[in-house]
Design a protein around this ligand. Structure first.
Ligand code: HAM
Length: 409
């Protein structure tokens, strides 16, 4: 036998039962976003590498070590998208969407790719729901989006949700703060992990995410951006919080929240679930007021988030599969052609109908009908007569073989 293949490391196949659970999330999201005026957008799964390098930031883990990047046959550097925001900003600029009524509200759903060490809830190909509103700096946008993710998660029955909320100020105020943080980290260099020490210059704020006890102790006392906000940023953040309070959304103010992407300004947030292990983030996002300009567009303040489908599925747990209803057409000897015709007719009439496609005996067909969860069977007897059987109660009655669709409907 030839060597067998497996799905590549960090990827998985979605089998039918799982596909049904995903579809439920999709429908809930699509319904929620349509109600709030968000339109669906789809961008390519690959883009110019430079878009992510510039958009997400060279010093981030995502860009510096997690991208699937290759040269295509024309010699262009291509990257499988690690996230949606930079690409949606690219599309906003490319299609002149700044000329539309602002903000432009968009959402997407699809596969994303990061070369990470696979573990529970972490994959190399994963799926996100992503929401963006581009072209408004109103705190109402931030609040609307946090509320959307909160409603989505609650509506899907995700338990143990925690919302962490913070503000990172604007690029200018953060630049000043970064210098202060770098000086603080240098003063405590000997207590930090090697990894954090090596990134003091490139990405000091990621030290807040470190796991090792030494760094954590240092970071517990570290200066925080949330205490250094400029007047306007603090005002903006206070308004966002006010809107959330009035909407009854609970959150924890958490000045240690730093996101793994460089484009954030002002509001940042992350939803976690205690049902998840180390990879606790269900979804997160925030404001990114400079990104559209960064990718060559006009000034267009924006806000958005993304949530991981696999994480949501993990947090929801297995759950019950919906029972498949429908009719199974059972054929005695010589009745297979008629059974096929009747199944086709039932389907054309909008009914769920199935039949044996593997040459089973009548007994085997009844078993198969049970296996697929058929609510009823139509049994075509050898003499051409027909029976309709309720699989739940076992009740059975003769039906007119020429009027099966009517009888079943
Ligand atoms: P992110 O925090 O990098 O944000 O990803 C959002 C969510 O995607 C995470 O909370 C997690 O649920 C899921 N996720 C990320 N990486 C993986 C992985 N390797 N395996 C499974 N799930 C994963 C962003 O991507 C931003 N673009 C969000 C955003 C939109 N900010 C503004 N607009």
């Amino acid at each position: 036998m030839a060597g067998r293949f497996q799905a590549p490391k960090g990827t998985f196949d979605v089998l039918p039962a799982e596909a049904q659970r995903r579809a439920r999330i999709y429908v809930a999201a699509a319904t929620l976003f349509a109600r709030a005026g968000y339109g669906r957008i789809d961008t390519p799964v690959f883009e110019d590498t430079e878009l992510f390098a510039r958009g997400v930031g060279e010093a981030t883990d995502i860009v510096s070590k997690e991208m699937f990047t290759f040269d295509d046959l024309g010699g262009r550097s291509i990257t499988l998208r690690p996230e949606a925001t930079a690409a949606i900003c690219r599309a906003y600029v490319e299609h002149g969407m700044h000329k539309l009524a602002q903000p432009v509200k968009l959402w997407t759903w699809g596969p994303f790719f990061r070369y990470e060490a696979p573990q529970a809830g972490r994959f190399r190909q994963f799926h996100q729901i992503d929401v963006e509103a581009i072209g408004s700096d109103s705190p109402l946008v931030d609040a609307e989006q946090v509320i959307l993710l909160d409603e989505l998660l609650r509506g899907l029955g995700v338990d143990g949700i925690r919302l962490r909320l913070s503000s990172l100020g604007t690029a200018a105020s953060r630049a000043e703060y970064r210098e202060e943080l770098k000086a603080y980290l240098r003063a405590h260099e000997s207590e930090l992990s090697g990894e954090v020490r090596s990134r003091i210059d490139a990405n000091p704020m990621r030290a807040f995410d470190a796991d090792d006890p030494g760094t954590r102790a240092v970071m517990a006392e570290a200066p925080r951006m949330i205490d250094r906000l400029a007047e306007e940023d603090a005002q903006h953040f206070a308004e966002v919080r006010g809107h959330l309070d009035r909407a009854g959304v609970e959150y924890e103010l958490d000045g240690t929240l730093v996101r793994g992407l460089d484009y954030y300004t002002r509001t940042v947030f992350e939803f976690e679930s205690d049902r998840l292990g180390a990879q606790a983030a269900l979804g997160g996002g925030g404001r990114y007021d400079g990104l559209v300009e960064e990718v060559g567009g006009p000034e267009a303040p924006a806000c958005g988030w993304a949530a991981g489908i696999e994480r949501i599925l993990l947090a929801i747990g297995e759950g019950d599969e919906e029972p498949a209803a429908g009719v199974f057409v059972v054929a005695a000897d010589g009745q297979r052609e008629r059974a096929f015709a009747i199944a086709v007719e039932l389907r054309r009439a909008g009914l769920a109908a199935d039949l044996d496609l593997a040459g089973r005996s009548v007994k085997g067909q009844m078993k198969q009908a049970n296996r697929v969860g058929a609510a009823r069977t139509v049994i075509l007897e050898e003499d051409g007569s027909a029976q309709l059987r309720d699989m739940g109660s076992g009740d059975q009655r003769a039906v007119d073989p020429a009027k099966i669709v009517e009888e079943v409907s």
